[in-house]
Design a protein around this ligand. Sequence first.
Ligand code: MG
Length: 300
Amino acid sequence: MHVEVIDVRFNMLTLGNASVERLWTGGKWLEGPLYMRDHGILIWSDIPNDRILSMDEDGQVGTYRKPASFANGNTRDQAGRIISCEHGNRRLTRRELDGTITVLSDSFEGKPLNSPNDVVVHSNGSIWFSDPSYGILSDYEGGRRDQKQPGCFVYRVDTKTGETAAVVTDLGMPNGLAFSPDETLLYVSDSEASHDPEGARSIWQFDVVGGGRLANKTLVVEVEPGVPDGLKVDEYGNIWTSAADGVHCYTADGVLLGKILLPEVVSNLTFGGAAGNRLLITASSSVYSLYTNVRGANLR
Ligand code: MG
């Protein structure tokens, strides 16, 4: 559990006197970390245990939602509403401020989604999510069911019309999503190698055209060991991604700056804390944290 500097530039993004902390353990496969700055609360999914947990500023852990439809990725929209990817019901939902659940998307071209995995909200209100098949491959992470879609796509939900449109259709297992600080780029990880050693372990970059379309697919980096799952971008445009040995930090052009080495496989991360400079990491059964010298991009 320590910070490994590979490029001296990583020294400016990290703090020499901050240590990696394990904040909590006891889950089965944690995902979807979301820090709610206005409440000082971190929530995360524990997928096999079908629950979302929360931790307050004092470290008190509670159950936020259970059952949780085997929720995976979580984010918030501009109004502060939580948007969750649900493996169980194969849908994307929004938790309204009164606690009721609104279904944002559960099908494409008349057929059920696979199992929504991760989600980001653009400042224009559109919601972008990945739909690999992890939640229907086993009973452990949702329920083993047939795949109805012809592939694993990335979708955009137009919250004005309610329409779900496929925006990426040529990746194996699209997974983590993050916009660049100015939202002109969307990064998408492909974690296909989790089930196929010959498969992709890639982070792709797309131009966001007109706020709704993607173009110019470009490979940023291939992540090893393991696969890239969830990822986030900092205020300078560096990419912080999950990997088997911890969190890797790459420049926007794919240079590895350093790693936060952890004893468990990392699934996802987010920038939290009051200043947005605290990396909060879901890794297999535990939540880890590290204060950094950089803030997350597009904090909400
Ligand atoms: Mg994921």
